[in-house]
Design a protein around this ligand. Structure first.
Ligand code: GDP
Ligand code: MG
Length: 569
């Protein structure tokens, strides 16, 4: 039997797996998944791990609720001390306040709970404005065993405040939910109450600022709503709207809530029951929340695959088009054709050679010797023809990929602002392509040289030049599958046939076919490499946002390990 995994270790791994979930692609579900993931990570860090490591630590009750519900006034009034500052102006930017007995201060001053929030104990403006900080206020007005957090408004107009309120609630053993007679039916608080219900969080609800004449009616309505929402077990406190005395509510209004909190602080058993309830609910909620993150990651993977396929299709198309363009004779038009004719002579001369292959090489050799630059010109024309083909297919594939990505989920954001740059070949494409084609030509000449070495044919070869023979091999490559038609066929096809016969006369039939095949394979490999490097630009964009192929498996495994750890705990 393997040793059981500790619950805390299993939670840590689950948290790390969620934190590492790749969510870089702007898919439709991304933002929701990101919020879920962040909330899980925060709750594990802020609440679950600290609570599991110290089940006896003081209870943390978070006072949350709607804007201006009177939360701060309520906290001060319950404690009979000015521990937190009520505000008239909205939104308030104060740091949340944690109030506890001086005896409990060590339990909250370190980073045991809410480790990401810096603590302050000052009252100054700096402390007030400290973003994301938590102000610690020790007071004898609270007995040891229970601490209160006065949280920002859950429906604040400031998103950061709302997020902070949600994060604080997730860190609570107990929610004290404050609403008012005017706001108790609002949507935002009820979203949070539903969360409390789903998670089985220990909950008390305070109906604050209730006009005395409406107490019965409003309290009954809210109680019915809680009942319908599955929250009938929540304790409901009603506080009447009364003139404040020096900022405090009359003692009678808060006596019930104060007594309840004091009783909770004093009763270890009751506190432990609250902790168990909220802890179990939070742990149970992880399955579904992590499953939602996993679904979001799957959406990312599917989206990345679709984008990758679009790039593949575009560049496969380019490779195929280059392949066809090289073999179908289309490179033997225009400039190349003109240089070819310079090289081998006039059509009439060619025709006269057709039947006299025996003398051909001599004539050809003489012609070449007479015009040594014509082979070079043909090389140059072939080079620029191949480069043009590579470039136009590279451009087409880039443009197709950008167009496809812009219409696919997640793709638009990846190319946003870079459409011009990514929609064509990369900046160093031209020199790299030129190098590749020249290297290929060098390779062909090397092949011809090797083929000629040590054979009887060497003398002949040398008589009309490696350059000339190389040019013929290249032309043979470009005409090899000869999709030529009409006049082009007559000229290019015919002349190629002659070229081939010249080569055959020098090297032999099989050797010529082998030469052309090797030259072709080398050119194809170079074109593939060049286009693959172009496609890499897109693949790298994807890898940057969607890397972590095992993310979903890791999440599922972590959920399973946690379940096993809970069973054996
Ligand atoms: N008259 C009266 N005013 C209140 C009561 N509760 C809060 N207020 C006032 O309402 C405003 C907002 O209260 P505050 O406690 O800051 O609400 P919070 O935003 O929920 O913390 C402040 O000006 C308080 O003085 C109450 O029960 N009676
Ligand atoms: Mg307040």
């Amino acid at each position: 039997m393997t040793a059981p995994v500790l619950l805390t270790d299993a939670l840590q791994e689950l948290r790390d797996a969620v934190a590492a979930a790749p969510l870089g692609l702007a898919t439709p579900g991304r933002d929701a998944t990101e919020r879920t993931a962040r909330a899980v990570v925060d709750q594990v860090d802020d609440y679950l791990l600290p609570r599991l490591r110290d089940l006896d630590a003081p209870l943390l009750a978070v006072v949350g609720g709607s804007t201006g519900a009177g939360k701060s006034t309520l906290v001060n009034s319950v404690l009979g001390a000015r521990v937190t500052t009520p505000g008239v102006l909205r939104p308030t930017t104060r740091a949340p306040v944690l109030v506890c007995s001086p005896a409990d201060l060590p339990a909250f001053s370190g980073d045991r709970v809410l480790p990401g929030m810096p603590r302050t104990t000052g009252e100054g403006d700096r402390a007030r404005d400290l973003a994301g900080g938590l102000r610690l206020v020790p007071t004898e007005a609270l007995a040891p065993g229970l601490a209160l957090i006065d949280a920002p408004d859950v429906d604040s107009v400031v998103e950061a405040n709302r997020d902070l309120a949600g994060q604080l609630l997730s860190a609570a053993d107990l929610w004290i939910f404050v609403t008012t007679a005017a706001r108790y039916a609002d949507a935002v608080p009820w979203d949070l109450l539903r969360t409390a219900q789903e998670r089985g969080t220990a909950l008390a609800v305070v109906l604050d600022r209730t006009p005395p004449e409406a107490v019965t009616e409003v309290a009954a309505d809210l109680a019915a709503m809680l009942q319908r929402g599955g929250l009938g077990a929540a304790r409901l406190f009603v506080v009447e709207e009364r003139p404040l005395h020096d900022g405090f509510l009359p003692g009678a209004q808060v006596a019930q809530l104060r007594d309840w909190l004091r009783g909770l602080a004093a009763d270890q058993e009751q506190r432990a029951a609250v902790v168990r309830q909220t802890l179990a609910g939070a742990l149970e909620s992880l399955d579904g929340r992590v499953a939602a993150v996993a679904a979001g990651v799957e959406e990312q993977a599917a989206t990345a695959a679709a984008l990758g396929n679009a790039a593949d299709a575009a560049y496969d198309g380019a490779r195929q088009a280059v392949n066809e363009g090289v073999g179908n004779g289309s490179l033997l038009r225009g400039e190349v054709m003109a240089r070819w004719q310079d090289f081998v002579g006039t059509g009439e001369w060619m025709r006269s050679l057709q039947s006299r292959v025996g003398r051909l090489r001599d004539r050809l050799g003489a012609a070449l010797n007479g015009r040594p630059s014509s082979a070079d010109s043909l090389h140059g024309a072939l080079e620029s023809g191949v480069e043009t083909l590579l470039r136009s297919e590279g451009e087409r594939a880039a443009d197709r990929t950008v167009t496809a990505w812009r219409s696919l989920p997640g793709g638009g954001a990846l190319v946003a602002g870079r459409e011009e740059e990514l929609g064509t070949v990369s900046p160093d494409f031209a020199p790299v392509a030129a190098d590749e084609v020249r290297d290929w030509q060098g390779y062909v000449l090397e092949l011809v040289r090797e083929e000629g070495a040590g054979k009887r044919s060497q003398a002949r070869l040398l008589s009309w030049g490696v350059n000339g023979a190389g040019a013929l091999v290249m032309v043979a490559v470009f005409a090899s599958t000869a999709g030529l038609s009409g006049a082009e066929l007559a000229i290019a096809g015919g002349t190629t046939a002659v070229g081939q016969r010249v080569l055959e006369a020098v090297f032999g039939d099989a050797a010529v076919r082998a030469l052309a095949a090797r030259a072709r394979a080398d050119l194809d490999a170079r074109a593939d490499r060049l286009l693959a490097a172009e496609q890499d630009r897109f693949d790298e964009l994807l890898a940057g946002v969607a890397e972590a192929p095992d993310a979903v498996e890791r999440l599922r495994a972590a959920v399973a390990t946690l379940a096993a750890a809970r069973r054996s705990a």
